[in-house]
Design a protein around this ligand. Structure first.
Ligand code: NAD
Length: 300
């Protein structure tokens, strides 16, 4: 069993770290949020007082942070703080599961390699339910050696573990997936809303579409219409889950990626605009399935 440092104990990182505890590892967590720290401690996790404290002495360090700037700052440091790359032991395996710019992942991987450290980008898919159930999909980028070292510990938190390619490849694959997810969520929401506008029961309509040619992940696992599916954010006032602000971030990453590669992504561009409007209307901290309310029943 390994000694693992885990930085970023939020909606995703918290349950992922708990699954490492359940697998028998010693896990020392750190988060800027006291509430996240207390939640982790209540489930048996050890706490560090700083990010450096979680990194020091770890065999494996895992980070699950909001965005690239947090990852860059933490690993490389800035004028005032030392990066954790300078603090970890020579054998420490570094795994970043945040969804961030592929270029940031490559920058951190290159700096890690210059210090003789293995680093992989390992963003995830599967949402908070997948994080809690230990069934996440990990989409990894990095050297064969780093990936081989990471597979066993990732298996404690996920079911499907892919090696997409070299450094940054995990992030590119993840962004392709999330661009598709955003389009599916919007299209599912507008279809359900049109059905309701025309007198259909959204549960019946969902059951029909699930086994018809419109079937997709949002209908199977994450229905956006309140009351259709228990235990998803739409049935809990769109609390928890995957925040609109994070989807806006991911669609920004997708657009930057498309611009750099000259790819045509008209649906992704439209989805970004729809989500940006939704965030600007004050819904940034709700789950991304709240886009349903953008189209939702007229009586609201
Ligand atoms: P979150 O906001 O719930 O959690 C992020 C945590 O990081 C917060 O608790 C925050 O306090 C902490 N944090 C920020 N800066 C920190 C620092 N310097 N040191 C320590 N802690 C710090 O977000 P989340 O939903 O857990 O998402 C995390 C990442 O996973 C994001 O990149 C997101 O895009 C990605 N992701 C989320 C989901 C989802 O369904 N929520 C699914 C797949 C991927």
């Amino acid at each position: 069993m390994a000694s693992i440092g885990f930085i970023g104990l939020g909606n995703m990182g918290g349950p992922m770290a708990v699954n490492l505890l359940k697998a028998g590892h010693t896990v020392t967590g750190f988060d800027l949020s006291q509430a996240a720290m207390s939640q982790f401690a209540s489930q048996g996790g050890l706490l560090a007082r700083t990010a450096c404290g979680a990194a020091a002495g770890a065999d494996i360090l895992i980070t699950m942070l909001p965005a690239g700037k947090h990852v860059l700052n933490l690993y490389l440091g800035d004028d005032n703080t030392q990066g954790i790359l300078e603090l970890v032991g020579p054998e420490c395996l570094l795994i970043d599961s945040s969804t961030i710019e592929a270029d940031v992942a490559r920058t951190v991987a290159a700096k890690a390699a210059s210090l003789g450290l293995d680093f992989i980008d390992a963003p995830v898919s599967g949402g908070t339910a997948g994080a809690a159930a230990g069934t996440l999909t990990f989409i990894c980028g990095g050297s064969d050696q780093a990936f081989a070292r990471a597979e066993a510990v990732l298996a404690n938190m996920g079911g499907n573990i892919f090696h997409a390619g070299g450094a940054g490849a995990g992030q590119v694959a993840k962004i392709c997936n999330n661009m598709l997810l955003s389009v599916l969520m919007i299209a599912t929401s507008e279809s359900l809303a049109m059905g309701i506008d025309n007198g259909l029961d959204p549960k019946v309509l969902s059951d029909i579409m699930k086994v018809s040619s419109g079937g997709n992940w949002t209908l199977d696992k994450y229905n956006p219409c309140p009351g259709v599916m228990p235990q998803v954010p739409s049935s809990n006032h769109y609390q928890g889950g995957f925040m609109v602000d994070l989807m806006v971030k991911d669609l920004g990453l997708a657009m930057a990626t498309a611009l750099a590669s000259g790819s045509s992504t008209p649906m992704g561009a439209l989805a970004r605009n729809v989500y940006v409007s939704h965030a600007r209307e004050g819904h940034g901290s709700l789950d991304f399935s709240s886009i349903f309310e953008h189209f939702g029943p007229r009586s609201k």
